[in-house]
Design a protein around this ligand. Structure first.
Ligand SMILES: Nc1ncnc2c1ncn2[C@@H]1O[C@H](COP(=O)(O)OP(=O)(O)O)[C@@H](O)[C@H]1O
Ligand SMILES: [Mg+2]
Length: 230
């Protein structure tokens, strides 16, 4: 069913997309090009839980976007937050999704360089106890030589190795499912970059390998070859 109260004209994505967490609109706001991210009510959820989820995700997304920026990682500026409407108005980053850029790029060296840089930046996020929560190549925008991280609504602040390992598993899964042809190289490049900025990298990779083995009903030795642990 279409959302009738929102202007579908500027919508980034078809409103019918099931399971999408939010609706996104391109708008003008006091002369700025902005993205309005609206978490609308989901009728399939119990009302109180729905409000709680939408509110907490709007708050955590805003907090993490700002915390990441303070840690030196580029994120869109936030202009306005409306908790009543669970809406964030943020800077529109004109660029290309890393997912698309990787698909269009045929130069493996350039691809690996970009992914190393992503690993580097995720290492910085994790050093600052910022967990992304939905780490995929669809949640990073490339604008010229800059990378912007977006979509922190499932993230959190945590020091736990376990939580950092979950981000590592998410990006690994993204490489396997979306960038199938080069998934192993990409994951190695990511880890190389990550190790440069995250001094607990080895423990985190070990934890990720353990969790992956458990989830796939494999022995740890069967997955460890994908991880840079010595
Ligand atoms: N600040 C932004 N600037 C430019 N495009 C954006 C911005 N925020 C979101 N988008 C676009 O909208 C898409 C969905 O937004 P996202 O925050 O990832 O929401 P979802 O939780 O639904 O994945 C992104 O993949 C990106 O293409
Ligand atoms: Mg997203």
């Amino acid at each position: 069913m279409k959302e009738s109260n929102l202007d579908a004209q500027n919508s980034i994505r078809d409103h019918d997309t099931w399971g999408a967490e939010a609706f996104l609109f391109k708008e003008q706001w006091f002369g700025f090009d902005v993205i309005k991210k609206v978490r609308s009510p989901k009728k399939y959820r119990i009302k109180e839980i729905d409000i709680e989820l939408r509110t907490s995700r709007t708050i955590i997304e805003s907090k993490l976007l700002i915390a990441a920026k303070k840690a030196g990682i580029k994120t869109p500026n936030i202009f306005e937050i409306d908790l009543e409407d669970t809406t964030i108005i943020m800077e529109n980053i004109a660029g290309i999704l890393v997912k698309e850029w990787l698909k269009n790029c045929s130069d493996a060296t350039k691809q690996n360089e970009l992914i190393k840089l992503i690993g580097n930046y995720v290492g910085i996020l994790h050093t600052n106890d910022i967990i992304h929560g939905d780490l995929t190549t669809s949640n990073i925008i490339k604008q010229n030589d800059d990378l912007y991280f977006i979509d922190f609504g499932l993230g959190k602040f945590s020091q736990a190795i376990e939580d950092k390992a979950v981000d590592i598993l998410l990006i690994k899964k993204c490489f396997t499912s979306t960038h199938t042809q080069s998934d192993k190289e990409f994951f190695f490049a990511f880890q190389e970059g990550y190790m440069k900025t995250m001094n607990q990298a080895t423990s985190i990779f070990r934890r990720a390998a353990k969790a992956e083995a458990r989830a796939r009903h494999l022995k740890e030795d069967q997955v460890i070859a994908h991880y840079l642990v010595s």
